[in-house]
Design a protein around this ligand. Structure first.
Ligand code: 5AD
Ligand code: SF4
Length: 454
C-alpha cells in the first residue's frame, strides 16, 4: 500500500474542517496527499447526512470504488462523518459494501491514525463509532485548504432540534471550547500567515466557553473581542447564527470591532410563522424581520445571507407566499435554497402532509428567481465603489476555461470583500494571500468584476 491519501468531503464547513484535521494527522504519519483518488493508498469519504441527495452521492461514490477493490488493488477504504452516526447506514455499508475497511464517526476523528495502524497490522476491518462526544480534544494538527485563511471550530454539536434536522443526532450536544484554547490556536495560525479566520459552530450565538483560570464564562461576543486582539488577524467571520440567539451585544460588536466582517449568515428557513413553529425555530416571521431591521439600522452596509427550505410538510400555498414575501422584504445578498427532504429519526419524518415533489420543485424555482433578483440588485450597488479585497487565488472561471487569460503578465484572480462578495479581477500572482484595493466595474448575480485601483 502506498503512503498517500485522498479525501472526498461532502457537506458543510464543519466537515471540510474535519477533513483538514484528518489530512493533518495523516501528514504527521508521513502520508502525502494524492491528487487522484485512484492512486491513493488511503481513500477517505467524509459524509454528510443533512439531505437525502448527500446520502445518494455518497453511495454512488462508494460504488465507483468497488471495482478497484475487486481488481485486488491494495488500498484502505475509509468512511466517516455524519452518515456514520446512524446505525441504519452502518448496517447498509456492512451488507452491501463489506469491502470497506474502516468506519468511524464524528466524535472520534482524533483516533483515526490508531485505527489505520490497527487495520494495517491486524489485516481486519474496523467499525468504531462513538455515540457521544467526550471531552473536546485539543491540539490536533490541520492541513489548511488556504494559506491565508482558516476555519476554527469554537464549539461542537447542537441543542436546537429543529424538527427537520439530523445534525443534533449526528453531532451530539453543544460543547464549547475554552476561549484561551481558541486564542492559542489562532495565534499559531497568525504566525503561519493566516489573516482571516472563520469561527465555526452550528449555533455560534450560544457559545459559552469556560475561562481556563476559572474566572467565569466567555460568550460569543467576548470571544470575538479576544480574537480581535490577536496581531496579524485582520478579518473575523463566523457561521452559523440562529436568529433566536443573536444578541444586541453582537450587533454592537459589528459597529465596534473593525476586524469583524460585515456579513452575516442568518438562516430563516421559512417565512410563515406557522411553518416556523412546526420547524421548532422559536421565532416568528415578524420577529425575524424586526431583527433584520435592527441589524441594518445599526450596520447599514452589512450583507445578509440565509438558508431556506421549501416544501416542509404541511406547507400551504399561503405559507409559501409568506416565504416569498419575506425574501422580497429582506432582499438577501444570497441564499442557499433547499428542497425539504425527509431525514430518518427526526420529528418531521412522521409529519403528515408531505409535499409532492413537483409542487416542491415549482415553489423552489419561484423562490430562486426572487432570491436571484435580490442578489443581482445588491451586487449592482457595488459598481463604482472601491473595495478592499483579500485575494484568494486564481479565478475558478479561468481554471474552468470560462474566461480568457488577461493581457500578458497578468492573471485572472478572485478574492472576497469584507462583505464576502466574490470579486474577479486581473492582477499578478504575488497578490495572492494579500489585500488589494479593487474598483468594481460591473456586477453579476453571484459575483462582481473589478480592476486594481492604481
Ligand atoms: N431538508 C432540507 N434542507 C435541510 N436543511 C437541514 N435539514 C434539512 C432537510 N431535512 C438545511 C437547512 C440548514 C442547512 C444547512 O440545510 O436550511 O440550515
Ligand atoms: Fe440543525 Fe437547527 Fe441545529 Fe441548525 S440549529 S444544526 S438547523 S437543529
Amino acid at each position: 500500500m502506498n503512503k498517500s491519501y485522498h479525501i472526498t468531503t461532502f457537506g458543510c464547513q464543519m466537515n471540510e474542517h474535519d477533513s483538514e484535521v484528518i489530512a493533518g494527522m495523516l501528514s504527521e504519519l508521513g502520508y502525502e496527499e494524492s491528487k487522484e483518488r485512484k492512486d491513493a493508498g488511503i481513500v477517505i469519504i467524509n459524509t454528510c447526512s443533512v439531505r437525502e441527495n448527500a446520502d445518494k452521492r455518497f453511495f454512488g461514490t462508494l460504488g465507483q470504488l468497488k471495482r478497484r477493490k475487486e481488481e485486488g488493488d491494495d488500498f484502505l477504504m475509509c468512511v466517516c462523518g455524519c452518515m456514520m452516526q446512524q446505525q441504519h447506514i452502518i448496517d447498509t455499508i456492512k451488507q452491501k459494501y463489506p469491502w470497506v475497511d474502516i468506519i468511524f464517526g464524528t466524535h472520534n476523528i482524533h483516533e483515526f491514525p490508531k485505527l489505520v495502524e490497527n487495520v494495517i497490522a491486524e489485516k481486519k476491518k474496523i467499525t468504531d463509532v462513538w455515540e457521544d462526544g467526550g471531552e473536546i480534544i485539543e491540539g490536533l494538527p490541520s492541513k489548511r485548504l488556504y494559506k491565508h485563511k482558516s476555519y476554527v471550530n469554537i464549539m461542537y454539536g447542537c441543542n436546537n432540534f429543529c424538527t427537520y434536522c439530523i445534525v443534533p443526532y449526528t453531532r451530539g450536544r453543544e460543547r464549547s471550547r475554552k476561549p484561551e484554547e481558541i486564542v492559542r490556536e489562532i495565534e499559531a495560525l497568525s504566525a503561519d500567515g493566516v489573516k482571516e479566520v472563520m469561527l465555526l459552530g452550528q449555533n455560534v450565538n450560544s457559545y459559552k466557553g469556560e475561562h481556563e483560570d476559572g474566572s467565569g464564562i466567555a460568550d460569543f461576543t467576548d470571544l470575538i473581542y479576544m480574537v480581535s486582539e490577536i496581531e496579524g488577524i485582520e478579518r473575523i467571520r463566523f457561521m452559523t447564527s440562529h436568529p433566536k440567539d443573536l444578541s444586541d451585544k453582537l450587533i454592537e460588536a459589528f459597529k465596534n470591532c473593525s476586524k469583524l466582517c460585515k456579513s452575516l449568515h442568518l438562516p430563516v428557513q421559512a417565512g410563515s410563522s406557522d411553518v416556523l413553529k412546526r420547524m421548532n425555530r422559536k421565532y416568528t416571521k415578524e420577529e425575524y424581520l424586526a431583527l433584520v431591521e435592527k441589524l441594518r439600522a445599526a450596520v447599514p452596509e452589512i450583507s445578509l445571507t440565509t438558508d431556506i427550505i421549501v416544501g416542509f410538510p404541511g406547507e400551504t400555498e399561503e405559507d409559501f407566499a409568506e416565504t416569498i414575501d419575506l425574501c422580497r422584504k429582506v432582499k438577501y445578498d444570497s441564499a442557499f435554497t433547499f428542497l425539504y427532504s425527509i431525514r430518518k429519526g427526526t420529528p418531521a419524518e412522521k409529519y403528515e402532509d408531505q409535499i409532492p415533489e413537483e409542487i416542491k420543485h415549482r415553489r423552489f424555482n419561484e423562490l430562486v428567481e426572487v432570491i436571484n433578483a435580490g442578489s443581482a440588485e445588491k451586487n449592482a450597488a457595488y459598481v463604482g465603489r472601491t473595495e478592499r479585497v483579500l485575494v484568494e487565488g486564481v479565478s475558478k472561471r479561468e481554471q474552468a476555461g470560462k474566461i480568457e487569460k488577461p493581457q500578458p503578465g497578468l492573471i485572472n484572480l478572485s478574492g472576497r470583500t469584507d462583505t464576502f462578495k466574490l470579486v474577479n479581477f486581473a492582477g499578478t500572482k504575488d497578490m495572492i494571500g494579500n489585500f488589494a484595493d479593487v474598483e468594481i466595474t460591473s456586477s453579476n448575480t453571484f459575483s462582481l468584476v473589478g480592476r486594481i485601483k492604481k
